[in-house]
Design a protein around this ligand. Structure first.
Ligand SMILES: Cc1cc2nc3c(=O)[nH]c(=O)nc-3n(C[C@H](O)[C@H](O)[C@H](O)COP(=O)(O)OP(=O)(O)OC[C@H]3O[C@@H](n4cnc5c(N)ncnc54)[C@H](O)[C@@H]3O)c2cc1C
Length: 393
């Protein structure tokens, strides 16, 4: 097995690790080594890619003009079932002069497109072994695989997800919040068209969201209290529950896939870089799937890292300046997104009256003040000053 002139290892072949390898390969800075098995994502799982993430993939030639694996999300409707106000809010992409807010894609399809490109990329070596241990020596990191091969690197990029070994080896602590909440994902068919609208039903316990897929099908993400959820899914009431919840939105809903519940947590790493290790994606931040934030945030991590490495005047990509620059560029964006998702989720789960009143005012304002609507629409999408150039067009 040849390591050639590899200074950089990426640990983890999830969507973030795969995308990061392709990005760094563009810089021609030597061989990038990527560790771990190629993933097989559940076919229910889809991700809404914001404009900036779509631009990144277009710049990597993953998507082209006629990509029929992408489903446009042109309108977002929020239906309030907490106050039973009967109100719903409409956000149209055309309000901010865009064709759509996001492009929905199946995770499995996206990872297949990335793997196909990686296999043909001469700047990337894939080592199909997991990482067991990383030892920091000062000048480099020694990485040991589960089959006891050892490799040395100047920089380790930790794309190894929630239980990151790289994060633990770098002695980075995390702050974890466990929610009394689970998520169920599935796909449904319906008799009428979704008209490229994503519906978010705000209910006590958590939101129930539909996201457009091809023709008369949509992806479903439902967050709720695990006990309430299991009463519905264990007794096969799920289909009638969905038909009831999406009344006047979809007709004749049928569930297309097996569904299962995932417990919800939010995890935030207390440092983003340390001991020649940089955390990206879910090794650094995990949050409930509200408002299409998680993967998009991880893609911003690696797009900034790409720009920092491109502008660094060194071959020692794990040096302190690179690590410090990464922390400076990423901390605020990650902190703000995590807080926003936490607050929104709390306002849906909680029975607390003051939060409900705040929501009521919020809903009123959103409906009535064009200025606030526009501000939230553009901020919610991602402020352009947070974006590295590869995500701008
Ligand atoms: C229900 C749900 C819906 C979501 N919807 C959206 C959405 O619409 N938009 C959005 O932006 N985000 C969404 N997200 C979040 C998004 O799915 C995640 O942020 C994203 O998948 C994380 O990717 P990752 O590559 O960082 O981590 P992972 O996908 O967890 O990948 C980590 C990889 O590292 C590997 N690995 C672990 N340990 C080792 C080791 N020791 N050695 C080698 N390899 C290792 C694992 O096998 C895995 O392949 C959603 C999440 C959920 C749960």
């Amino acid at each position: 097995m040849s390591k050639k002139n590899s200074n950089i290892a990426i640990v983890g072949c999830g969507i973030i690790g795969l995308t990061c390898a392709l990005l760094l390969s563009k810089l021609n800075i030597g061989i990038i080594t990527i560790f771990g098995s190629y993933p097989k994502y559940n076919k229910n799982k889809t991700t809404a890619l914001l404009d900036s993430s779509y631009n990144l993939y277009r710049n990597l030639n993953i998507f082209n003009q006629n990509n029929n694996n992408l489903y446009e999300l042109r309108e977002l409707k929020i239906h309030d079932r907490i106050l039973n106000s009967g109100k719903h809010l409409n956000f149209k992409a055309s309000e901010i002069n865009r064709e759509c807010f996001a492009y929905n894609i199946e995770d499995n399809m996206l990872s297949k497109l990335l793997i196909k490109k990686i296999i043909n990329d001469k700047n990337i070596i894939h080592i199909d072994q997991n990482v067991k241990e990383i030892t920091y020596t000062g000048d480099e990191n020694i990485l040991t695989t589960t089959e006891n091969f050892k490799y040395n690197y100047k920089l380790i990029i930790a794309a190894d997800g929630k239980n990151s070994i790289c994060r633990n080896s770098a002695k980075i602590k995390t702050k974890t919040v466990n929610y009394n909440q689970s998520a169920v994902i599935t796909r449904i068919s319906h008799l009428n068209s979704h008209n490229n609208i994503s519906n978010e039903i705000h209910r006590i316990g958590g939101p129930l969201t539909s996201v457009p897929l091809k023709e008369n099908t949509s992806a479903i993400v439902w967050l709720d209290n695990p006990d309430r959820m299991s009463e519905i899914i264990d007794t096969n009431q799920f289909e009638s529950f969905l038909n009831h919840q999406f009344i006047n939105i979809f007709d004749g809903i049928k569930i297309l896939d097996k569904h299962f519940a995932i417990p919800m947590q939010s995890i935030q790493a207390q440092e983003l870089s340390k001991l020649r290790t940089i955390l990206v994606g879910e090794s650094s931040h995990i949050m409930p799937p509200i408002g299409a934030q998680g993967l998009n945030l991880g893609l911003r991590d690696i797009a900034w890292l790409y720009e920092i490495i491109e502008n660094s005047n060194t071959k020692d990509y794990g040096n302190r300046n690179v690590l410090r620059e990464y922390k400076n560029k990423r901390w605020l964006d990650i902190y703000k997104r995590q807080k926003a998702v936490e607050l929104l989720n709390k306002s849906l789960v909680s029975d607390n009256t003051s939060i409900k009143i705040a929501r009521k005012i919020g809903l009123y304002s959103l409906n009535n003040f064009n200025f606030i609507r526009k501000f939230l629409l553009t901020e919610g999408m991602v402020n352009k000053s947070y974006l590295p150039y590869i995500m701008l067009q």
